[in-house]
Structure formats: structure tokens, C-alpha cells
Design a protein around this ligand. Structure first.
Ligand code: CA
Ligand code: CA
Length: 71
């Protein structure tokens, strides 16, 4: 199974920060930056400024229809 989280976590520290998220987003040509920022802040479910495996990523996987089309 492809680990989407690892792809976004470019420096491998176990968290996806906004810079990494936007860098990967841009790399994949997924859409405009405003959308990326909106999505990032929605994905950061506990609002600590980074997407971590737990709880953010776990919650994302439980709600794949929200990110599915972009991954
Ligand atoms: Ca990281
Ligand atoms: Ca978070």
C-alpha cells in the first residue's frame, strides 16, 4: 500500500508542515496554492501547524473522500 504520508513528509520527521505540503502539492500540479493552504489547514485537525500521523492522518484516512481526489 502506498504511503501517501511519507510522500508528503519530505524530510521524514513524521510531520507534514505547511512548506512540505505546498511543495509536494506544487510538484504534483494539484491546483492553485489557495486551495492547498485551505486543504492543509483542514487536514491539520488539531491545529498545531503540522499534519502528524496521529491524530491528523488517521482522521484523514477515515475521511478519504475529502482528500481522495487529490491523491
Ligand atoms: Ca516533515
Ligand atoms: Ca496537527
Amino acid at each position: 500500500m502506498a504511503d501517501i504520508f511519507s510522500k508528503f513528509d519530505m524530510n521524514g520527521d513524521g510531520e507534514i508542515d505547511e512548506t512540505e505540503f505546498i511543495a509536494h502539492w506544487t510538484l504534483l500540479h494539484l491546483g492553485d496554492l489557495e486551495h492547498a493552504v485551505t486543504l492543509f489547514h483542514r487536514a491539520d485537525t488539531d491545529k498545531d501547524g503540522a499534519i502528524s500521523r496521529d491524530p491528523d492522518y488517521t482522521r484523514l484516512l477515515a475521511n478519504m473522500k475529502f482528500v481522495g481526489p487529490y491523491l
